[in-house]
Design a protein around this ligand. Structure first.
Ligand code: ADP
Ligand code: MG
Length: 120
């Protein structure tokens, strides 16, 4: 479970696109701005890319069946996790994007043993 935090345009979707391409995915990586979720089953990994910017309430969460996606097997990369605070499992890894005048900074925080293994 990876939370991606940062303003619009900070590079969250770009990072997910880079991860997918590094895993060998050659198709188009669209932002899940309207669909809320895009699914990629590649290289024996099931990656789920969420953008919860337009997400509103818990009812929508249950209706969309998102709970099933957090099964401990899928890799979930979640933009705007603050929109579903209390519904999402806690993050293994949290990546905070900051836009600076001529660059970007990413801060990575591990919140579980899995997250610590990733950082190590
Ligand atoms: N590290 C980066 N350096 C330069 N430009 C970037 C970087 N990350 C993203 N961009 C550009 O910023 C724009 C918005 O990025 P995007 O990944 O869609 O942001 P977010 O998903 O955080 O809203 C895109 O045009 C992208 O090419
Ligand atoms: Mg985005």
């Amino acid at each position: 479970m990876i939370y991606l935090r940062g303003d619009l345009g900070a590079g969250k979707t770009t990072l997910v696109r880079g991860v997918l391409h590094a895993l060998g995915f050659t198709g188009k990586v669209k932002s899940p701005t309207y669909t809320l979720i895009e699914q990629y089953d590649i290289a024996e990994l099931n990656l789920r890319h969420f953008d919860l910017y337009r997400f509103r309430d818990a009812e929508e969460w249950e209706a969309a069946g998102f709970r099933d996606e957090f099964n401990g097997c899928n890799i979930c990369m979640v933009e705007w996790p603050e929109q579903a605070e209390g519904l999402l499992p806690v993050a293994d890894l949290e990546i905070v994007f900051t836009i600076r005048s001529d660059s970007r900074t990413l801060d990575l925080y591990a919140h579980s043993d899995t997250g610590r293994q990733c950082l190590a």
